[in-house]
Every structure is written in structure tokens, then in C-alpha cells.
Design a protein. Structure first.
Length: 246
């Protein structure tokens, strides 16, 4: 599952790539600051492109919250929801019947821009983190759903069954985030999509030839280490898991 991301592109780069404008210029200093590692369970603020305003990129809280909650209930909800994944990911196979997702899937889809994301590789009951990014260091657009709680956007990242590359990396649960092709950005946010159209976009794979993946420090998983540092994106060799070249 996708619980860890990296967002180091400047807002101007995101605007250019996704053909949007930031919702408030005063937010630039905040989101221009690089985040080498964002842990979803800390429910960080990230930028999303919401279906309601496809021309904008706006701040949102990672971890979708049901519509029947108010803003002063968000923190308490996250405490309760941690055993269910904190609303960080949504299985795409369930989005049309799940009590939260079915309220969002037709009108509240979003794109989550990231520089890359981390996935665990399991070997002899130990986890080794891998970092995945575009080979050309271009932003990736992850497919998501969102709810607006008072003035807060809360979102989740969609996941699906792993492609051959991600089966090698995320070899235990064999899942991956839904990475949208650039040509599908506009379609994903279109209000005219039917259920079949949405499923077709989810099942369309982002070419593995455009991605690179490599192992990084286990500090990523350590609560005792500040892993939001440039070094967390450095390649770290683990001879015991050199089972493939990516």
C-alpha cells in the first residue's frame, strides 16, 4: 500500500506539468519546501487537483474522512481509523460500494502530484524500503478521491493489483498506487465519466519503462529518525535482496 511519498518539485513545476494554478499564491513558500519523506500516518498537508475545480491545485490533508464528520472531529477520526489504514489508501475494487468512497467516486475524484513514493519489499520477514519515481524526474499524478469537511479537503490514494514491476517490489501484498498517464489527467477529472470509464482509467497501466526503483535506507521506517532529509532518497545496497535490477 502507498503510505509514504516524496514531494520535492516546486509549485511552478507542478503548475506547468499539470496545467493548473495554485489556489493561493501565499501557499507557495509552504509547498515549495521539499518534503523528501511524508509519512501518511502523520496526515500531512499535500497538494491535490480536485474535480470540483480542475484548474486549481489546492492544499489537502492525506487521509479521507467521511462526509458526516465535522472539522473538529477529524483528529479523533484519524485515531479511530488507524487500524483500517487511516483513510490513506482506497482499494479501487471497492470504490463503488464502500460507505465512504461511493459518495466520492463520481464527483470527487482528484489527482495527487508526487515526486515519488515508497513501497516495502519483504525478505525473510524483514522490510526493505524501495523508492519509485519517474526516470526523467517528472512529477507523477496519483489517482485519488476526496471529501470536503467544512473548509478542509481530505483525500485518499487509490490502489490496485500490482503490475509485474510492483509485484517484485511489494511482494507481500502485491498492490500499487494508481499512477495516471499524462494523457489521462483531463479524463480522470471529467464530470462525464461513467463507472466503466472510471474502471478503465484505473486499470490502464503507467509504463514501467518510465519508472525507476531502488532500495533506500531502513531509516524510512524508524520513528526514532527524522527521515525527511535528502539522504532518504539515496540508493542503499542490501546484498541479501539483490534479486533483480530495476
Amino acid at each position: 500500500m502507498c503510505f509514504h511519498t516524496s514531494t520535492i518539485h516546486k509549485t511552478r513545476k507542478l503548475e506547468e506539468h499539470f496545467k493548473v494554478k495554485i489556489s493561493d499564491d501565499n501557499l507557495r513558500p509552504i509547498f515549495d519546501k521539499p518534503n523528501y519523506h511524508l509519512n501518511g500516518f502523520a496526515h500531512p498537508n499535500m497538494l491535490v487537483i480536485p474535480q470540483e475545480k480542475v484548474e486549481l491545485i489546492a492544499p489537502a490533508v492525506w487521509g479521507i474522512v467521511p462526509n458526516n464528520k465535522s472539522s473538529n472531529q477529524i483528529k479523533e477520526y484519524y485515531k479511530e481509523a488507524v487500524r483500517y489504514g487511516g483513510g490513506l489508501n482506497a482499494r479501487s475494487e471497492k470504490i463503488f460500494n464502500h460507505f465512504i468512497y461511493k459518495e466520492s467516486v463520481m464527483e470527487n475524484r482528484c489527482i495527487i502530484p508526487v515526486t515519488g513514493f515508497f513501497e516495502p519489499h519483504d525478505h525473510k520477514k524483514k522490510k526493505y524500503p524501495f523508492y519509485i519515481q519517474n526516470k526523467e524526474k517528472q512529477p507523477l499524478g496519483l489517482a485519488g478521491l476526496y471529501n470536503v469537511i467544512d473548509t478542509y479537503i481530505t483525500f485518499t490514494i487509490l490502489t490496485k493489483e500490482a503490475s509485474p514491476l510492483f509485484e517484485k517490489i511489494h511482494n507481500l501484498k502485491k498492490r500499487q498506487p494508481v499512477i495516471l498517464n499524462e494523457s489521462d489527467y483531463k479524463d480522470w477529472l471529467s464530470p462525464d465519466l461513467k463507472e466503466k470509464n472510471i474502471n478503465d482509467l484505473i486499470l490502464e497501466n503507467y509504463s514501467e519503462s518510465k519508472l525507476e526503483a531502488y532500495s533506500v535506507s531502513k531509516d524510512l521506517f524508524s520513528p526514532k529518525v527524522d527521515s525527511n532529509q535528502p539522504e532518504i532518497l539515496n540508493y542503499v545496497e542490501f546484498p541479501e535482496i539483490e534479486i533483480f535490477n530495476l
